[in-house]
Design a protein. Structure first.
Length: 154
C-alpha cells in the first residue's frame, strides 16, 4: 500500500545529520483524498493483524465504535514505517513519537496497535490531547516521529 506524498505544501520527512524528522502524519488516504474511517479503509493484511489484538471482529455493534481510532492508528504508524524505510531504516530506528489525540481515551486502543509496530520496547513518547488543531473533525490522531539513522562513513 503506497500512501503517497503529503497533500499540503510541506516535507513529509527530512534528514538532518544522523536524524530523520517526520512531520505530523494523519490518516488521510491520498489516493481517495479521504480520512480513514473504518477497517474497510485499510488493507486486508492490516485487518488480520488487528484481529490478533481483538479488533476487527466483524460485529457491527463492536466495530463501529472501535474502527475509526484503530484503523487510523494502524494507518498512521504504517505511514511512519514507510517513511523511515525510505531513508533505509526500520521502526526500531524511530525512537521518539509525539502523539496528538482529539480525545485522550483513544490512547488505549492506539497503544495496543502501536505494539504491532514495536513488539519489544516501545519508543520514547509524548501524548497530547488537542481539540481544534487537527485537519478535520474526523481526524482522531496525528503523530510526528524522529528516527536515529547514523550516516555511514565512506
Amino acid at each position: 500500500m503506497s500512501m503517497g506524498k503529503p497533500m499540503a505544501n510541506y516535507a513529509a520527512a527530512k534528514r538532518v545529520g544522523d536524524f530523520v524528522f517526520m512531520s505530523g502524519v494523519v490518516a488521510v488516504d491520498p489516493a481517495r483524498r479521504q480520512v480513514v474511517r473504518s477497517f474497510e479503509d485499510i488493507p486486508t493484511e492490516a485487518r488480520a493483524q488487528l484481529q490478533t489484538l481483538g479488533y476487527c471482529t466483524g460485529q457491527m455493534t463492536v466495530d463501529i465504535f472501535e474502527s475509526p481510532i484503530v484503523a487510523q492508528s494502524w494507518f498512521v504508524l504504517e505511514r511512519i514505517r514507510q517513511l523511515v524505510g525510505e531513508y533505509g531504516g526500520t521502526m526500531q530506528d524511530v525512537f521518539k513519537l509525539v502523539q496528538y489525540f482529539r480525545e485522550l481515551p483513544h490512547y488505549a486502543p492506539y497503544n495496543r496497535v502501536r505494539g504491532l509496530f514495536y513488539p519489544g520496547e516501545p519508543p520514547v513518547s509524548t501524548v497530547v490531547e488537542v481539540s481544534r488543531f487537527m485537519p478535520g473533525d474526523e481526524v482522531l490522531i496525528e503523530i510526528e516521529a524522529t528516527a536515529y539513522l547514523p550516516l555511514r562513513q565512506a
